[in-house]
Design a protein around this ligand. Structure first.
Ligand code: DUC
Ligand code: ZN
Ligand code: ZN
Length: 470
């Protein structure tokens, strides 16, 4: 009997803390050894010239999420996780979303039915709380946290999701009691409504005005309000999808005061700008860049890099939220009447790692170890998956991406493996690309060819985040 089921030989192992030339031995889906030389495996993969890194963990993706009357999301669990593994990501955490009035338990049970047997990658669930009723906060949420759904998101905008300040405070207080980690969508509802109506009255309804309707001030105000509520209730929060300097500086300010405020940013805030939409109307597909918060300008991109370099942001997630660029998505008849009806969100789970490597590591803005922290390790730590996921050391799940740091690629739709019909990053040239993705010891994608099967991915019951309230 060979000692190992699989060995990865001749590569350079990169973790969040170290870079070493080493072989990796895998047994029963877990890493069993990391050593100078590993012999005696049933199968060996030659990783000479490649980097051996923890599989990506994308802690912010939307799959098969209800859109409350809007167009359907284009990825379900099958196509979304297929896209994830093709991009080097082995774990995703999408959101089980509570419609107002619904029981959280029922929502979670239905979401499991959507996912069961379909996934190419491992997955956990965050919750989205839209209706913090006494039974939700008193019973359902604490019980679900105990069952491994240890984080949830709340919204400060969107008519069918927004929580008012009193509700935010109640929810934060509950999170403190049950030790859930709170993720906050920080954009102010009233300010966006005000801006939207003013733009519409002036006939400014093209997709470009989506960004104008929610400027950085709106995000900064909401971020500051969320931070203040978190301080008042003494609960840590994660402000997600931070788009530019204003909100980033609020988070940095709070961190410098010793508050437990964390930050996430995403590829769209380093690779896109508002100008990508300028002058585009619906026929020219302007809607395909519409996401919230919106991409800003080049100065904002620089601020995001500072946030990544200085540790203001712990996680780099895709916020994958795909809609087709057609009448069934971005260009629905209603969306043609105003930017406010264009579904918010863009695909990105497959391109997340290549974009951060290409624009970050390859351009000398961040190091390889920071890349691993931002795309994998910190997600595992933040969301209660560590030390099962997020590193390469004995005992961890053998979730691995073999990365070619010298491979030049141009991101284009024909390379993608999801169901969406476009990528907003079309034409972006990057150096650095995933060549093989391994899920718990099984190669599931090689050179863009899917080797895995639906059902390879399993549900992850997550532990309490060490970053949540003590
Ligand atoms: N928030 C997200 O997190 N994703 C897409 C749209 C949004 O508003
Ligand atoms: Zn959001
Ligand atoms: Zn999102």
């Amino acid at each position: 009997m060979p000692d190992f089921d699989l060995s990865i030989r001749g590569g350079t192992v990169v973790t969040a803390s170290d870079t070493v030339r080493a072989d990796v031995g895998i047994r029963n889906g877990r890493i069993a050894a990391v050593a100078d030389r590993i012999e005696g495996a049933a199968r060996s993969i030659d990783a000479s010239g490649l980097l051996v890194m923890p599989g990506g963990i994308d802690s912010h993706v939307h799959l098969a999420q209800p859109t409350f009357g809007g167009p359907k999301m284009s990825d379900d669990f099958l196509t979304g996780t297929r896209s994830a593994i093709a991009g080097g990501t082995t774990t995703v955490i999408p959101f089980a979303t509570q419609p107002r009035g619904a029981s959280l338990r029922a929502v979670v049970s239905d979401y499991h039915k959507e996912a069961d047997g379909k996934c190419f990658a491992d997955y956990g669930f965050h919750l989205i709380i839209t209706d913090p009723s006494p039974s939700v906060l008193g019973q359902e949420l604490p019980a679900l946290v105990g069952d491994g759904y240890t984080s949830f998101k709340v919204f400060m905008t969107y008519a069918d999701m927004v929580l008012n300040d009193r509700e935010l405070l109640e929810v934060f207080d509950c999170a403190r009691g049950c030790r859930a980690l709170v993720m906050v969508h920080a954009e102010g509802y009233d300010a966006i409504q005000f801006m939207t109506e003013r733009l519409e009255r002036a006939g400014k309804t093209a997709p470009y005005y989506h960004g104008v309707s929610r400027p950085e001030i709106v995000e900064r105000e909401a971020a500051h309000r969320a931070i203040s509520h978190a301080e008042l209730t003494d609960v840590p929060i994660m402000i997600v999808h931070v788009s530019g300097r204003e909100a980033m500086e609020q988070i940095r300010w709070a961190q410098n005061r010793g508050l437990k405020i964390y930050g996430e940013t995403c590829p769209q805030y380093i690779a896109l700008t508002a100008d990508d939409m300028k002058g585009l109307n619906m026929d020219e597909s302007g809607g395909k860049y519409v996401c919230s918060p919106p991409p800003r300008d080049h100065a904002s991109q620089e601020a995001i890099w500072q946030g990544l370099q200085q540790g203001v942001f712990q996680t780099f997630s895709s916020d994958h939220c795909p809609f087709m660029d057609g009448v069934d998505g971005k260009r629905s008849p209603k969306a043609r009447t105003s930017f406010k009806w264009v579904p918010n969100g863009i695909p990105g789970v497959e391109t997340r790692m290549a974009i951060l490597w290409g624009l970050g590591v390859d351009k000398g803005r961040i190091g390889m170890n920071e890349f691993v922290a931002l795309t994998s390790t910190n997600h595992a730590k933040m969301y209660g998956l560590y030390p099962q996921k997020g590193s390469i050391a004995p005992g961890f799940d053998a979730d691995i991406v073999l990365w070619d740091p010298n491979r030049k690629e141009t991101i284009r739709q024909e390379l993608m493996h999801g169901a969406c019909d476009y990528t907003p990053y079309e034409g972006l040239a990057v150096t650095g690309w995933p060549v093989m993705t391994i899920l718990r010891g099984k190669p599931v994608c090689e050179e863009g060819k899917i080797l895995g099967e639906p059902g390879d991915g399993g549900f992850l019951k997550r532990g309490i985040s060490p970053y949540a309230a003590k």
